[in-house]
Design a protein around this ligand. Sequence first.
Ligand code: DGT
Ligand code: CA
Ligand code: CA
Ligand code: ZN
Length: 600
Amino acid sequence: MSRNDEVATRLEEFADLLEATGVEYKPTAYRRAAENVRDHPAPIEGLAADGEDAVAEIDRVGDAIAAKIVEYVETGAIEELDELREELPVDMAGLTAVEGVGPKTVGSLYDALGISDLDELEAAAEAGEIQEVSGFGAKTEQNILDNVPFARESRERTRLGDARPVADDALAYLADLDPVESAEVCGSIRRWKPTIGDVDLLVASEAREPIVEAFTDWEAADATIEAGTGKASVRADGTRVDLRIVDSDEFGAALQYFTGSRAHNVAVRNRAIDRGLKLNEYGLFDVSDVDGEGAEEADGDAGGDGNGAEEPDSTRAGERVAGESEDEVYRALDLDPIPPDLREDRGEVDAAAEGRLPFLVEPGDLRADLHTHTDWSDGGFSIAEMARAAEERGYDYHVVTDHATGPGMVGGVGLDESDIEEQAAAVAEAADEVDIPILHGIEANIDADGGLATDDEILAALDLVVASPHAALGQDSEAATERLIRAVEHPHVDVLGHPTGRLINERPGLDPDVEAVAAAASANGTAIEVNANPARLDADGEFVRAAIEAGATIAVDTDAHAPRELDNARYGIHTARRGWAETSNVLNARSLNGLRSFLL
Ligand code: DGT
Ligand code: CA
Ligand code: CA
Ligand code: ZN
């Protein structure tokens, strides 16, 4: 975590505590300041060293907040914040993880019932105590009961978008150490799962101890969880990071083993057993000449407690057949090397055996982003600034899709019909300032029943229409399915944006019948978006797979509200890969002409 992040997090905590104690306006000021501190290009500790005035130069940071920032950088604490923490000793992050519970609710429930964490919240709701508190009712109480389990899980797993940068930093740091011969991320991070339990890293080196030492000394490591001879674990940015160190000739086998998933490993290991071989974290071994080896199948109980996935034999007995590289391990089992994104035991082993693994889409394949925002709605940058950022990323064209008005658009954020007409002229003007074509699109809102709030004539005049759900996300599965099918059937809708509206670790979103929606999308020539915002990753891998099997097209979009958010595309690409998406399945991997013919 950079110091800017750290300071921003403190300011946000300050805001939550102020809000919980009933203070008005100030919380908003602290949150705005936090956002700008986080985004500020210069390190905050440098500014703080120059004094309060330098800090107050940051947009939205006033004198009072600047003084607190300097206090924090100098002393490591903010006295007023510590007082607030004492006044309200609650697990704010845990409690506000429950949908519908904000800092104010936390404050009220602490005052009335002394609730300070999730367990106490759940117990009070179960006992019917919450509905007795003034301002609360039976419905709120039920809502809390329904949402506690999701909140609890969300506290245990980290979003890929938060963990991946930690893994990248750790990897760069380790790869740079002298005795390190190879280094890789493994585990769920390497498979690009939307959420991860912990970060796993693997290093090949003869020198175990110096590497463990360097790892626990890594500047981002906030605490050491364990430090052994061949492995160590630290906590960085709230996430556990596991490191294992192996010999070079075992690196490939270890990488394969620790990348998982467990279910994939069981399938691969059984294939080894069928060939009289033994696969474990040390290598692939021929055990035909070893007594009592090779007979036992690993059973399929790969989920659950993990017992079924234990090694039948985790020794180096037998003659080594492969182990130095991962590809070599797969090839020795007559398999094409399987990309990590596919390793979930969903048919990838058979596909690799039969030479029909997909030609997965790659980050470099994207030629545009089809879903982006500007300061015409809730984005922070002009049309030209966003288009220039797209151009800088090597894209061939750019599509602006600001929000239209409609349900879910609060505070006048969305564009009405006349705004859209006005924006068309502004898009044409901005196109003169950049060297790539800019298309004028819109992100329309899908009503609860699947209709669009924006006029047909207006939609018809636009280059591209993304339609997404933003409200009524708690409806039942049947209603959600009908809603999304009606939306993809709309003659002017080109892309179904973030189809479920989920926010990872925040709200589950819609739960439609994905096969039915995919079939309708395919039949109507509407693309299904993989929204690459790491809070969304929506559609997810399973939805993508259903879409592709139904013959539908995929769009990988960042939904960027700022230039740097265009860099989230990699999360979307890997989510699409988890759904077996090939380059040819992806709409914005096509040229502008290719896109235009899809839009006809
Ligand atoms: P996570 O961290 O919960 O998001 O998921 P993973 O897949 O990263 O799981 P993790 O960190 O527990 O272990 C990393 C990989 O190591 C896992 O995908 C497969 C492998 N692995 C770990 N422990 C075992 C085990 O007891 N048996 C087998 N077969 N594989 C294991
Ligand atoms: Ca892991
Ligand atoms: Ca782990
Ligand atoms: Zn949206």
